[in-house]
Design a binder for this molecule. Structure first.
Ligand code: ADP
Ligand code: MG
Length: 239
């Protein structure tokens, strides 16, 4: 650091295995902190368990991470996260998040670090897995409505020559916008779809937790997009 020739920080070129672990832990912490909030959102249009489900799953993941200390394969790590979520969480959210991480892990198989394009490819594979499993399309008021804009913003920022950090920030912001844009939507998938038109006027819980996932990536790897993120302010249940 003190040998840097200018005051500008070195642009990040990749994330290491350990940094992926830090991100997964940060997401687990974010979910724990927002457990009540996510559950309240699900109470409005579902069965009031999304925060409980996600917290149960991510708590189990943290235990697995402790056991996996010393590994180096990011793909194997992400697959472990996915399998742990599938086996520890019921309902729709667990298997869908499980698939997201499993497919990310398959895309990142054998990698000991992820460059921006590796991250975009992993995210895309994860989203494709969620789409294949849940059959949700954009606008159906699901986690896809946060994840897909997050991926598209990441890609277009990178294509436009943005740094990895700036692309991560753009990705988190787009996910947050997608999350807020679920409010007026009528749910077409999952429990919320049972409410029909009455699902309109409420923010989707899964889109909210998915925004947290991309925000924690931006915060962990880019040093931004966490503390002042729009997601955290909305619940009002946690400081
Ligand atoms: P459950 O609906 O079984 O109670 P959760 O409450 O944990 O499970 O998760 C609900 C979230 O799962 C929804 O807010 C939505 O974002 C997401 N979801 C539900 N069904 C689908 C689907 N078919 N495709 C994508 N996401 C879905
Ligand atoms: Mg639920």
């Amino acid at each position: 650091m003190d040998s840097a020739p200018t005051t500008m920080e070195q642009a990040r070129v990749s994330v290491s295995y350990d940094e992926v672990v830090v991100w997964v832990r940060a997401f687990a912490a974010q979910v724990a902190e927002n457990k009540e909030y996510l559950t309240q959102l699900d109470a409005a249009i579902g069965d009031a368990d999304h925060g409980i489900n996600m917290n149960r799953g991510m708590s189990a993941v943290v235990v697995k991470l402790d056991e996996a200390a010393g590994e180096q394969d990011i793909g194997a790590l992400l697959k472990t996260v996915g399998m742990t979520l599938v086996s520890s969480v019921g309902g729709a959210g667990g298997p869908l998040y499980g698939t997201l991480f499993l497919q990310m892990g398959t895309a990142a198989s054998g990698k000991t670090e992820l460059g921006p394009d590796d991250w975009a490819a992993a995210l895309e594979a994860g989203i494709k897995g969620v789409e294949a499993r849940g059959k949700a399309e954009p606008g159906d008021k699901t986690m896809i409505d946060a994840l897909l804009p997050g991926l598209e913003a990441l890609r277009s920022a990178l294509d436009g020559g943005a740094s990895f950090e700036d692309a991560l920030t753009a990705s988190a912001e787009a996910a947050g916008q997608g999350m807020r844009d679920t409010i007026p939507l009528v749910a077409k998938k999952g429990r919320a779809s049972y409410l029909g038109e009455r699902s309109a006027g409420h923010q989707d819980p899964g889109a909210t937790s998915s925004t947290m996932l991309l925000e924690t990536a931006a915060a962990t790897w880019g040093g931004r997009g966490g503390a002042e993120s729009p997601t955290r302010g909305l619940g009002g249940t946690n400081g």
